[in-house]
Ligand binder design. Structure first.
Ligand SMILES: [Zn+2]
Length: 187
């Protein structure tokens, strides 16, 4: 999947739209102030940015605030952003295998919004690898009364559970664009 494959139509959350505005205004990370600059124990320098409501970390082996890596990241961002809906769907499928009891009433219900969202993206432009951290979508209408798809007359309200605290699914996106689950937290 790439940035030109009609990705706009599959964007499902407000924050994805935020990126489109952000992209349309041609704001680039290299023009932005980082929220923080870190030296990680693995020898990488890491710059932290906020894009919409998501955090983006750029990892670089060269130097603090490396412009070459920022500029490469700016080129990668649209295609990384375009896989967000797929990443959420893959994380939700993985979550289904961990918490079938959570997902059963959710999948029965008529509420379509994503239960999970991408909150952080770690990008290593020298390798083309990125990692996406997926956890609960705070914008999901958790308090809304839900009904099953076959409950036309809304006679039996469904109680939609919340995720257990701290549940997340981490995915890797390789340089070819393929997504895979690398770790998750469960109780
Ligand atoms: Zn660099």
């Amino acid at each position: 999947m790439n940035a030109t494959s009609g990705a706009q139509s599959v964007y499902r959350t407000a924050s994805d739209k935020t990126f489109m505005d952000w992209e349309n205004r041609v704001v680039r990370l290299q023009d932005e102030q980082p929220l923080g600059l870190y030296e990680d124990p693995d020898g990488f320098f890491r710059s932290e940015y906020q894009v919409g409501r998501r955090l983006v970390w750029v990892r670089c082996p060269h130097q603090k605030g490396c412009l070459a890596c920022l500029s490469q990241t700016d080129e990668l961002l649209p295609e990384i952003w375009a896989v967000i809906p797929d990443a959420i769907a893959l994380a939700e499928d993985h979550s289904r295998t961990i918490y079938p009891g959570f997902w059963l009433p959710h999948d029965e219900s008529t509420i379509e919004e994503s239960r999970m969202d991408v909150w952080g993206i770690r990008i290593t432009p020298v390798t083309g690898l990125s990692s996406l951290h997926v956890s609960e979508n705070h914008d999901f209408p958790w308090a809304r009364t839900a009904y099953a798809k076959d409950d036309e007359w809304h006679e039996r309200p469904l109680r939609l559970p919340r995720f257990p605290d701290g549940h997340f699914v981490d995915l890797d996106r390789d340089a070819s664009g393929a997504l895979s689950v690398i770790s998750s937290r469960q109780r």
